[in-house]
Design a protein around this ligand. Structure first.
Ligand SMILES: [Zn+2]
Length: 151
């Protein structure tokens, strides 16, 4: 029993470099080899690479459906995530489309902080008061959810 392989930190590093090289050189998704990974939502090992994800959204009254996107999906709970290539495709199709929301500008309010000016229509519709508090949840690098706290 003298040929049990010992994995050294150097070998781990080499493997990482190899994997990075292979991913960079491949045209497809870097997630392509993922199969039966743990699901962050339901915990079962049923997350695998898929190429039949569908992105669907309605922007400014126009329905946008993008089929055959690649990413990961859990076959147990259905949770899914688009890979970076698919995210770029989605971004390309949705970037210049207004979402039907209200436009507001973002400006500096001092001490490295940024403020977002809520349009009057939003204040009126949502009955936002001067001293209200809100919870902001980033959903992606281009989207956030703002929830008003009820006092
Ligand atoms: Zn799951």
């Amino acid at each position: 029993m003298d040929d049990i392989p010992t994995i050294t930190p150097e070998m781990v590093e080499e493997t990482k470099i190899e994997i990075a090289k292979r991913c960079a050189g491949r045209q497809g998704s870097p997630l392509k080899d993922i199969a039966d990974a743990a699901c962050p939502v339901c915990g079962s090992h049923t997350v695998s690479f898929v190429d039949d994800l569908v992105f669907e959204v309605v922007l400014a009254g126009e329905r946008i459906v993008i089929p055959n996107l690649t990413g990961l999906r859990c076959s147990n709970c259905g949770d899914f995530a688009f890979d970076s290539g698919s995210s770029k495709i989605i971004d390309r199709y949705t970037r210049n489309k207004p979402s039907g929301g209200y436009e507001c500008s973002i400006s500096t309010v001092g001490a490295g902080k940024l403020g977002m000016y809520l349009p009057k229509d939003v204040l009126r519709v949502m009955e936002i008061t001067k001293k209200g508090k809100a919870i902001v949840t980033p959903l992606s690098r281009r989207k956030m959810l703002v929830e008003l706290c009820s006092e």
